[in-house]
Design a protein around this ligand. Structure first.
Ligand code: RFL
Ligand code: PHB
Length: 399
């Protein structure tokens, strides 16, 4: 027999989406239980995003999660685009109404959110197995799992939030789902290196041998990415080969990439994926569970947080105000933003990567577009406003 309990919102997944949702619901006085299949250490070490829109930073500050972010985050006022051996700066502060972005690693946000949740007495069940959700069209959906010690548990909820990422269990439970997908013929090899970045802002470089991105995590740690084949074994990339390729793809006169010990190395597939509706009965999807973008536009985490802001407001209205109107429009509200970000991420990806066996016509189009974006103010403004966060969401939380 399972041990039964009751909460208001059952949350599947302790990634950024699930953790932020639990935090925002708590600010509204709504209880939740988060169930996560991985260990706390694994969740806190998983290397992913680094770039936050200003709206995301403002939200984290407003809800009491900004302390370390403000101390350690690195504010950037633009990016560099490099092609044909030249580097061009796009100054977002001049191109928009003074907008900026921040480098602060997803690992750190996850760490901050787990610490805040546990300090507030919130429940996060790490290392759960056999996680399942059921009775989604009743008004008491059930979240069941085996806890870390193997004890079977069943939580009776008002609502379940599927924040369980792209490979989660919740999305397949939505009947009649429409799926839109593009798989790109390349992947990113990402490294973390103990090396002081030799650039002040991110460099997105299109090279005939493929794309490269120069990002960072702190004044002493660089985060770099190389376009590689989609099925590339990471073993084929010893550190020397990575540094040689990075030096080549970022080469300009009198400058080089600073090298150091590589502390993490992994390959990520590139995919655009949108599934809707993001709701079925009392199940709501948020973040990568419903949509994936290729990382070139740096939108995935920011989008996941936007979903969660909308969902927290909708659940507050439904569970405290007994009005399901916002819940009914949740999916459509989110998908509008998701499609804008999907277009932007596809566009950045298509402009900067060189597909295997790419048609020379395509290459000329990419270069024409890069020259346009770096010479026309109108084109640069469009990139800047999408990159820094188009139509930041308004929110009404305070810690
Ligand atoms: P996550 O982070 O995948 O979290 C889902 C959680 O659910 C758990 N889970 C389950 N738990 C219980 N039961 C099950 N059956 C479960 N199945 C799965 C998983 O263990 C996990 O803990 O999804 P979430 O919360 O929606 O967050 C999305 C973001 O992680 C993602 O969009 C970003 O990392 C994307 N991304 C970037 N986004 C940005 O906004 N800016 C960036 O600079 C940026 N860079 C990146 C990125 C993603 C990358 N990779 C590796 C995909 C750079 C890279 C290389
Ligand atoms: C990162 O720092 O990991 C990062 C930054 C910008 C991107 C993707 C990843 O577009």
């Amino acid at each position: 027999m399972a041990v039964t309990s009751r909460t208001r919102v059952g949350i599947v997944g302790a990634g950024p989406a699930g953790l932020l949702l639990a935090h925002l619901l708590a600010l509204h006085g709504i209880e939740s239980v988060v169930v996560e299949s991985r260990s706390r250490a694994y969740c806190e070490a998983r290397q992913r995003a680094g770039l936050l829109e200003a709206g995301t930073v403002e939200l984290l500050r407003a809800v009491g999660l900004g302390k370390r972010l403000d101390a350690e985050g690195m504010q950037h006022g633009g990016i560099y685009l490099q092609f044909e051996g030249e580097r061009h700066h796009l100054d977002f502060r001049l191109l928009t109404d003074g907008r900026w972005v921040t480098i602060y690693a997803q690992t750190e946000i996850v760490r901050d959110m787990i610490a805040a949740r546990l300090a507030a007495g919130g429940v996060i069940e790490f290392s759960a197995s056999d996680v399942a959700v059921s009775q989604l069209t009743s008004d008491r959906p059930v979240l069941s799992y085996l806890d870390e010690s193997g004890v079977a548990r069943e939580v009776s909820c008002d609502v379940i939030a599927g924040c369980d990422g792209f490979h989660g269990i919740c999305r397949p439970l939505i009947p009649g789902l429409s799926v839109y997908e593009r798989v790109y013929p390349y992947a990113w090899l990402g490294i973390l290196a103990d090396a002081a970045p030799s650039t002040d802002e991110l460099i997105y470089s299109r090279h005939p041998d493929g794309f490269a991105l120069y990002s960072m995590r702190s004044p002493d740690v660089s985060r770099l990415y190389l376009q590689v084949a989609p099925d590339e074994p990471v073993e084929d990339w010893p550190d020397d080969r990575i540094w040689a390729e990075l030096q080549k793809r970022f080469a300009i006169d009198g400058w080089s990439v600073s090298e150091g010990a590589v502390t993490d190395k992994s390959v990520t597939a590139m995919r655009s994926f949108v599934a809707g509706p993001m709701r079925h009965g009392r199940l709501f999807l948020a973040g990568d569970a419903a949509h994936i973008v290729p990382p070139t536009g740096a939108k995935g985490l920011n989008l996941a947080f936007s979903d969660v802001i909308v969902l927290a407001g909708a659940l507050r209205a439904a569970l405290l105000g007994r009005s399901w109107e916002l819940a009914d429009t949740y999916s459509a509200t989110c998908l509008e933003r998701v499609w804008r970000a999907t277009h932007f991420s596809w566009w950045m990806t298509s402009m900067l990567h060189v597909a295997p066996g790419q048609d020379p016509f395509e290459s000329q189009l990419q270069l024409a577009q890069l020259r346009y974006v770096t010479s026309s103010r109108a084109a640069a403004v469009s990139l800047a406003e999408n990159y820094s966060g188009y139509k930041p969401l308004r929110f009404e939380f305070s810690a």
